[in-house]
Design a protein around this ligand. Structure first.
Ligand code: B4P
Length: 182
């Protein structure tokens, strides 16, 4: 059974949704950089104040800030972990590689949630989070295609990538993921 996982995919693909289900089922640490950053905003911390406008515009938060959050959380004792929304560019991939080498916990599988832009936009508009308006979604999708999409090829070349059709109902996707974890 794999213990060190990563969810990759465009905004609204269901990374957070599937990572939460899987972490609950296996008592793994769910490390969502988006969620942790939103918590900082809610708590009005210095970090929250720094990232609020960036996130509301749909842009990526500074790599160093996100790396600090990742390091702090991966240091916690855990049975396994699921990275959700990190890394999002090749510089974050390199930082993550360094961190994982240090803790001697190599990534074992990368689930790529594959889905069309059309379905994504509909889902995000329906969800209606602060950063889920039409203009911001356009920015997030462009950043995804420019900076995050190259990670698909990177992890595929390492033979870590598993493709998941994310345009299905939650339970079907979740069962598919579970069957591929063994
Ligand atoms: P995230 O929090 O990572 O949000 P996301 O990519 O929009 O969402 P996700 O793919 O997890 O979708 P979800 O399951 O919620 O990022 C937000 C922001 O944080 C970024 O724009 C950036 O500013 C910042 N950030 C985060 N990480 C960063 C990093 N590493 N570096 C820099 N900045 C970073 O699903 C979406 C909706 O679809 C939900 O309403 C859900 O209920 C629904 N849904 C899910 N699966 C479904 C299904 N199978 N069928 C129907 N609906 C479904």
């Amino acid at each position: 059974m794999k213990k060190h996982l990563l969810f990759l995919g465009p905004p609204g693909a269901g990374k957070g949704t599937q990572a939460a289900l899987l972490s609950e089922a296996n008592s793994y640490l769910h490390l969502s950089t988006g969620e942790l950053l939103r918590k900082e905003i809610e708590l009005h911390t210095d970090l929250g104040r720094t990232v609020k406008d960036i996130m509301n515009k749909g842009e990526l938060v500074n790599d160093e800030l996100v790396l600090e959050i990742v390091k702090k959380n991966l240091d916690k004792v855990n049975k396994g972990w699921i990275l959700d929304g990190y890394p999002r560019n090749l510089s974050q991939v390199n930082s993550l590689n360094d961190v994982l080498l240090k803790i001697n916990q190599p990534l074992e599988i990368v689930f790529y949630l594959d889905i069309s832009d059309e379905v994504l936009v509909k889902r995000l508009i329906m969800r209606g989070r602060k950063d889920d308006n039409e203009e911001t979604i356009k920015t997030r999708l462009k950043i995804y295609k420019d900076t995050t999409e190259p990670l698909i090829e990177y992890y595929s070349n390492l033979s870590l990538l598993v493709n998941i059709n994310a345009d299905r109902d939650l339970k079907t996707i979740s069962a598919d993921i579970k069957s591929k974890m063994a």
